[in-house]
Design a protein around this ligand. Structure first.
Ligand code: ADP
Ligand code: MG
Length: 237
């Protein structure tokens, strides 16, 4: 009888395939992007219709590149460089970029006065993925729903700091809440299903954990717990 592949072997195989296919797709897409740029520059002979079609091609090429970047990112073992980081101040720095992700109102309630050891670039990927999911869940609600919101809150919990992203979006079905960390699980028409799998992996790499609570039709809350930096010996009264 055939041996069954273990979960980690399957993930490793998926990672390899992903890395290979992503690399292979980058070249033709790069060529496509260059050709579009050339045509756009030669736009003198083009009409309104042609220009708008070229813009559409360009937008979609960019979208493909983003998907490939996500896939590549996911197939790599994340390299992290930890530095001391003041969580609240760091979040405030990210807010302008996060607001640009969507028109939905973004609320902040920051109550964490502790430092963490983190890789800012990785933590940013975590936050962006969570806010993106939250925004999308809010936008998926039927027309006429109450105003949508996404809230980022922080706090201290014992030896941990807590970073929470909550929304009043569509929430999740029973099935979705059981499968949300599965790579490639998505309920969205153009979803890749790598966001939360990556979030979980990156958070674990920081020695933390992810906890999701969701209620269908009401909203979702994702809590990230990260160990607070041990700054006791540096403490100055
Ligand atoms: P993707 O966003 O590409 O679908 P993710 O891994 O980020 O992949 O999320 C997996 C699935 O989990 C989503 O397709 C959705 O069904 C569910 N999900 C994640 N975050 C939320 C949220 N804030 N509200 C409702 N559903 C969510
Ligand atoms: Mg996502």
């Amino acid at each position: 009888t055939r041996e069954e592949l273990t979960r980690s072997e399957r993930l490793a195989a998926l990672g390899q395939l992903t890395a290979t296919v992503s690399h292979e797709l980058r070249n033709p897409l790069g060529t496509l992007a260059t050709s579009v740029a050339v045509l756009q520059r030669a736009g003198g002979m083009a009409g309104e219709r042609e220009r708008s079609e070229l813009d559409r091609i360009q937008r979609n090429v960019r979208r493909c590149v983003r998907i490939i970047d996500d896939l590549l990112e996911f197939s790599r073992r994340p390299n992290v460089t930890m530095v001391p980081l003041a969580l609240d101040a760091w979040i405030v720095e990210q807010v302008a970029d996060l607001r640009a992700l969507s028109p939905v109102g973004l609320e902040l309630e920051l109550h964490c006065d502790r430092m963490i050891e983190a890789d800012g670039e990785r933590l940013r990927q975590v936050l962006v993925n969570l806010v993106q999911n939250a925004m999308q869940a809010v936008l998926e609600r039927p027309a006429g729903a109450a105003p949508g919101w996404v809230a980022i809150t922080t706090g201290c919990e014992g030896e941990n700091v807590r970073l929470t992203v909550a929304d009043n979006g569509v929430g999740m079905s029973e099935e979705a809440s059981q499968r949300l960390f599965e790579p490639l699980f998505s309920t969205k028409p153009f979803g890749l299903g790598l966001g939360l799998a990556l979030v979980q992996r990156l958070v674990e790499r920081h020695g933390g954990r992810v906890c999701v609570t969701s209620s269908l039709g009401e909203g979702t809350r994702v809590d990230i717990l990260l160990p607070a930096a041990n700054t006791g010996s540096h403490h100055v009264a």
